[in-house]
Design a protein around this ligand. Structure first.
Ligand SMILES: Nc1ncnc2c1ncn2[C@@H]1O[C@H](COP(=O)(O)OP(=O)(O)OP(=O)(O)O)[C@@H](O)[C@H]1O
Length: 898
């Protein structure tokens, strides 16, 4: 394929180290317009309102899902421009499609598609009606108006069946024109379109700028529909009525420049807007339209109307198209009328209609997905695959979204309340689409090194050297010349002369022809250079014109500025007056400022003073804080020490508690024994006591114990010593054999057993028992407890003699003597001394009082022991101090008897 597509992408160059990074292309967003269809007579409620110039407001009607789910707020949707129901078709064309035609002529691609729900006015906008032509016929009008004078002869550009074109010489093209039959519209087709005969339509008479006069142009039209995801050629001949041909689906192929095209699709070269309109109508008749509940003529397919503008420069003579296929430029404008999105339950479709609707919605969904992916890729710099391949529609659009060009979309909106929910989806799609960006097409290079103005020069030449019909005079002159040679008298001679004349002419003819050609080419060159000069002069003239107009504009601007200056002078005068008053105000303000400054200085001084004070205070606080911290550290340390001390004291206390418990147990045992002794004494006779009292009376002495003791005795409690005395007495009357082992030690206890008749042996032998002078036996046993105190035990018994001369001992009593080292308090010592109780006299004095004294001592010791620990509160201390106050006792031996 030789032709080039300036607006379409070429393959990226292979990566090479020295290859400079391609310059980032400038991009333009897809421009999305909105057109609101007017409310029809049978439609009551409108849910849409235009807020000029670019907002469409949709209010949820009561029947909508949004309203039912509690969303009553209107939503506003922004577009490039919003057309209301009163906007004319011309106005829509001017704003949306006219720039696309300009671009097409400049060799740039364009895509315009109408999107919306069914019955929203897409077909009306794109195709229009008989008296209201839409975008398509207007595009054709403007395009042909623009290229009429620069059109190439028909068939000079030939499609090469691979989406490209080739150039053939004009003579060949003329031959093809003669050979090919013109396209005919069958009478049946004419009948199928009742309004076909009425081709009187309002044509648009405008042109667009940018045409290159030294190029030749040709327009090719193709018209396809995508129905159920199959592509059909709407310009395909369907045979005659007798032999109808079923429509054939076409495939999409990719050409060498990676452009997608419908393979085998017919491209009709049209030479006028009428011819193009005829082709359009021919395709329209084949388009699948059905009557649905919502639209009488509902499009069931996506219709793609392609206009391809093929252009190539003229040869240096300006007479023919340059025979160089590589100089062909093709630009394409696709005008797409999409089928409307619809919900089956609303259209009440059945059978084929349901399937059609499904396919339509699916392809529209794919289009939406493509837009979303493109937007995401562009926003985030990702490289996600755009799902073009999911639908034939999007495959065809791929060239536009991946390539460069201008893409525009018209969103048609139905104001019907019932269409609200679907319109919201359309709005969402529109919002996504307008964020997609397309590469801006690069400007076309028009200069190929040939002289400009070739076409015009050729036209002048043609008018000058056009083959003329010879003037009758010239013809007459020629006849006369020949007749001069023809003499009736001598015809042979005259024939010879004529032959010579003709031969001479024949000889000079090539020379003359060559001279003429030479002169012609010189003339052509002179004309071209004249045309070139003319063009230059024209452009200079234009420049002068533009300079003149700019000078005029500048003068106008000057005049305007003069007026402005005058007005400003007035304003300045007014401002001067106000400046004076402002000055006066300013002076007052200055005075006020000075006063305020003084106040401020004072306030600053005060503030400084306060700041100094506060800094001092802060320093003090810091010192205090430091002290507190030190104290806290110290107290923490002290607390730790005290805790250690408390733990030690607690351990000691526990030890003491255990000792106390042991002592208490011992006391209890002692008390029990005392009670036993007391009972024993009580049981003894009182005569002894009486005798003692009598003896005391006879001596004239009062007993040692106070009357209290006596009273107590009289009350029935026998004194301790009474029994002991009795026992001693009894012992005195008996003969004792004292068994005293050698390891026994003598202690000087107060209380000692006394035996009047006693024989002491260390190791008793039978002979000691045989002598009849002993009847009592006592064994003295001593042992030392772990604390070092000596315990003495006396096991007493009766010696019983047997008939055979033997002797046995029946133990009757155990007397225990504990030799302990008590630690009596000073008080006890004092009280005992106060009572003048010597250790020697105790044995003779009242043992009862001794017992009481011992008990008292024990109680006191116990109390002292318990009070040995006290809590001492020191002034100024942060916590109560624990201290252990122990009584210092001098160890003083004493004995106790059990
Ligand atoms: N701007 C408008 N002014 C006047 N009439 C309009 C306008 N837009 C649409 N209509 C009318 O509304 C009806 C439906 O329009 P049209 O067929 O163009 O809808 P559609 O969107 O193409 O529907 P479908 O998707 O089903 O093909 C037509 O009768 C048309 O004349």
């Amino acid at each position: 394929m030789a032709s080039k597509h300036p607006g379409q992408p070429s393959k990226p160059p292979r990566k090479h180290q020295s290859t400079p990074k391609p310059k980032q292309k400038e991009k333009d967003p897809v421009q999305v317009y909105c057109r609101l269809r007017p409310l029809k007579q049978d439609e009551n409620e409108s849910c849409a309102e235009v807020k000029p110039p670019s907002i469409l407001q949709l209010t949820p009607p009561e029947c909508s899902i949004a309203y039912k789910s509690g969303n009553f707020n209107p939503t506003q949707h922004h577009f490039k421009f919003v057309f209301d129901g009163k906007t004319s078709q011309k106005c829509v064309f001017d704003d949306i499609a006219y720039p696309l035609v300009s671009n097409l002529v400049l060799g740039r691609n364009g895509l315009l598609f109408a999107y919306g729900v069914t019955n929203s006015g897409k077909t009306y906008t794109m195709t229009g009606e008989q008296d209201q032509p839409g975008i398509l016929p207007r595009v054709m009008d403007v395009l042909f108006n623009t290229i009429t004078e620069v059109q190439a002869p028909k068939h000079v550009f030939q499609p090469d069946a691979t989406n490209g074109y080739k150039i053939i010489p004009e003579e060949e093209a003329k031959l093809i024109s003669v050979q090919r039959k013109p396209r005919k519209i069958s009478p049946r087709a004419k009948l199928e379109t009742p309004d076909y005969g009425d081709l009187l339509r309002v044509s648009d008479g405008r042109k667009v700028d940018g045409i290159d006069e030294d190029s030749s142009y040709a327009i090719f039209i193709s018209y396809v529909e995508i129905y159920n995801n199959f592509i059909y050629d709407l310009l395909e001949e369907n045979g005659d009525s007798l032999h109808p041909k079923p429509p054939q689906s076409r495939n999409i192929r990719e050409d060498t420049s990676h452009n997608m095209y419908v393979s085998g699709c017919i491209e009709v070269e049209v030479k006028s807007a009428e011819e193009a309109f005829e082709v359009l109508l021919q395709g329209q008749r084949k388009r699948r339209v059905a009557h649905t509940q919502l639209n009488h003529d509902s499009s069931r397919s996506h219709a793609v109307f392609n206009i391809r503008l093929v252009q190539a420069p003229l040869d240096p003579s300006g007479a023919q198209v340059l025979q160089d296929d590589s100089q062909i430029t093709v630009s394409q404008l696709s005008l797409v009328d999409l089928a409307g999105s619809e919900r089956t339950h609303r259209t009440c479709n059945e059978g084929n209609r349901v399937m059609e609707a499904g396919r339509i919605n699916q392809s529209l969904m794919t289009l939406r997905k493509c837009m979303e992916t493109l937007r995401e890729n562009q926003r985030n710099g990702t490289n996600k695959i755009v799902p073009y391949r999911d639908s034939k529609l999007t495959v065809l659009f791929k060239n536009y979204f991946d390539g460069e060009g201008m893409v525009r979309m018209i969103v048609c909106v139905s104001p019907r309340a019932e269409d609200y929910d679907e319109s919201i989806h359309v709005m969402n799609f529109a919002e996504v689409t307008q964020e997609v960006k397309i590469d801006r097409p690069a400007p076309k290079k028009s200069d190929i090194g040939l002289a400009p103005g070739r076409r015009r020069a050729n036209m002048i030449y043609r008018t000058v050297v056009a083959p003329r019909t010879p003037h009758p005079y010239e013809l007459a002159l020629g006849v006369l010349c020949i007749q001069e040679y023809l003499s009736e008298d001598n015809p042979e001679a005259s024939c010879r002369e004529l032959r010579e004349f003709l031969e001479k002419r024949l000889k000079t003819r090539p020379q003359l022809i060559a001279d003429q050609a030479k002169k012609t080419s010189l003339f052509r060159e002179a004309l071209i250079s004249t045309e070139k000069e003319l063009n230059e002069l024209r452009s200079k003239c234009q420049e002068i014109h533009s300079l003149k107009s700019s000078k005029e504009k500048a003068q106008q601007e000057l005049t305007r500025l003069k007026g402005v200056i005058t007005a400003q002078n007035k304003e300045i005068a007014q401002l001067n007056g106000s400046i004076q008053s402002f000055k006066m105000e300013l002076e007052e303000k200055e005075k006020e400022k000075i006063r305020l400054n003084n106040q401020l200085t004072k306030a600053i001084q005060k503030n400084d003073h306060l700041l100094r004070e506060s800094s001092n205070y802060k320093a003090q606080l810091e010192v205090k804080a430091h002290d507190i911290n030190t104290q806290v550290t110290r107290s923490a340390k002290m607390t730790r020490e005290l805790e250690g001390q408390v733990q030690r004291e607690r351990a000691k206390f526990e030890r003491l508690a255990k000792a106390k418990e042991q002592t208490e147990m011992e006391c209890q045992a002692k008390e029990e024994k005392i009670a036993q002794v007391r009972d024993f004494l009580h049981a003894c006779n009182s005569p002894l006591r009486e005798a003692r009292l009598d003896a005391a009376r006879s001596r004239g002495n009062t007993p040692l114990k106070t009357s209290n003791k006596e009273n107590k005795t009289e009350e029935g409690t026998a004194p301790l010593y009474t029994k002991g005395k009795a026992q001693r007495k009894r012992s005195l009357s008996e003969n004792w054999l004292e068994h005293k082992p050698t390891d026994c030690v003598e202690n000087n206890d107060i209380l000692q057993p006394r035996f009047k008749k006693k024989k002491t042996v260390t190791n008793p032998k039978p002979k000691h028992f045989k002598s009849q002078n002993v009847d009592k036996y006592v064994l003295k046993h001593q042992e030392q407890d772990p604390s070092g105190d000596v315990k003495t035990e006396l096991y007493k018994g009766d010696i019983l003699f047997t008939r055979t001369g033997g002797a046995s001992v029946k133990f009757t009593d155990i007397e225990k003597l504990d030799h302990v080292s008590p630690k009596p308090s000073r008080r006890i010592t004092r009280s005992l001394s106060m009572k003048n109780m010597s250790s020697s006299s105790i044995s003779t004095v009242d043992t009862d009082s001794l017992h009481d004294a011992l008990m008292e001592e024990e109680e006191r010791t116990d109390v002292e022991g318990r009070c040995a620990i006290c809590i001492e509160g020191k002034p100024g201390g942060t916590a109560p101090a624990l201290s252990h106050i122990s009584l210092t006792r001098s160890p003083q031996p004493s004995s106790s008897r059990h």
